[in-house]
Design a protein around this ligand. Structure first.
Ligand SMILES: [Zn+2]
Length: 327
């Protein structure tokens, strides 16, 4: 069962979240594998997308925000796009676009940052967006301070958190074909709003604050990929922080936890077709007899025949064409 565990270090301005995606993750992989056109992900891309999924759930669970969080990589290599979307109820969906093939040991840069122009974007899209309101988006490159290509996705996000959010963050991420997991350790932001459960210690200028964070981050960084993938949450936290005073919160699992869910619908696909325009839709119809659109996230197929298309375009056009005999 997929789960989210939040915890605080008692009396210290440091918080943590540990996420393990199991059924939510295998559901995403199974749907992809069942989709005959692109087929299952090669291992390196599967692991990258899993790390992104774990990271997106970690971020969604550590911010107070009522909307979807979208984590994307725009690659300049064989992987053109990798995207994970997490809803406020931890519904997760993910997909990636690969052109060509990948070696089994492909590195992050070989997949998405060949020319060092790959980008990572984090978008917060409010649930009830007002007309004209733009979603918030932050974009970071896939290189470090000296323009060196980053080879760990966690390094890319740590960079982002520090640069865009001014938050000291440590991330350990790992994924295989069964589990996508992540550990986040973060120094709490400044006094006041946003602090998880208010710790009483919230002045970040307080002497020693950084020292505590550094110590805990160092412990967290010792967590090995294999441990994160195979050990249960209690064991991981005990091994890492047995000397710390940990306050744990009720885990989010089952119905309240991460689960696969896709937000596609007939209506959304119709809107997409409408944006193509009538001429484009008609030319596809003439060529193939129907328009078939598959959802990249869940594999759902949506079909539109000539009647659907005619109805769709008439409904939005204020003035129906002369040939429309029904009044
Ligand atoms: Zn879908």
């Amino acid at each position: 069962m997929s789960e989210i565990h939040k915890f605080l270090f008692e009396g210290l301005p440091v918080r943590g979240v540990l996420v393990r995606l199991t059924d939510a993750w295998t559901d995403i992989l199974r749907r992809r594998a069942a989709n005959l056109a692109p087929g299952a992900y090669p291992a390196p891309l599967q692991n990258l997308l899993g790390e992104m999924a774990a990271a997106a759930v970690l971020m969604q669970s550590s911010i107070k925000f009522d909307g979807s969080l979208v984590l994307q990589i725009f690659g300049d290599g064989p992987v053109k796009l990798a995207v994970v979307e997490v809803q406020p109820d931890f519904g997760v969906r993910a997909t990636a676009t690969l052109n060509g093939s990948l070696p089994d040991d492909a590195s992050l840069s070989q997949m998405v940052n060949v020319g060092n122009t790959g980008r990572c974007a984090i978008t917060l899209d409010p649930q009830n967006r007002q007309p004209g309101q733009q979603p918030y988006q932050g974009v970071v490159p896939l290189f470090g301070d000296a323009h060196e290509k980053l080879e760990k996705f966690s390094d890319v996000l740590q960079h982002y958190m520090l640069q865009s959010e001014q938050l000291d963050t440590l991330l350990v991420l790992a994924a295989d074909d069964q589990v996508a997991a992540g550990l986040l350790i973060q120094r709490l932001p400044t006094m006041g709003a946003g602090n998880l459960a208010g710790t009483g210690v919230s002045n970040e200028d307080e002497i020693g604050t950084n020292e505590h964070y550094q110590r805990i981050a160092l412990l967290a960084a010792s967590l090995k990929r294999e441990e994160l993938l195979t050990l249960d949450v209690d064991t991981v936290l005990r091994r890492l922080f047995w000397q710390e005073d940990l306050r744990r919160f009720e885990p989010l699992q089952g119905a309240a936890g991460p689960h696969f869910s896709c937000t596609c619908s007939h209506e959304r696909v119709s809107k997409m077709l409408l944006s193509l325009g009538f001429e484009e839709a008609r030319s596809i119809l003439l060529e193939r007899g129907e328009i078939e659109v598959g959802c990249d996230f869940c594999g759902q197929q949506y079909r539109f025949d000539g009647v659907d298309v005619a109805r769709m375009f008439h409904r939005t056009d204020q003035t129906p064409p002369a040939s429309d005999a029904v009044h």
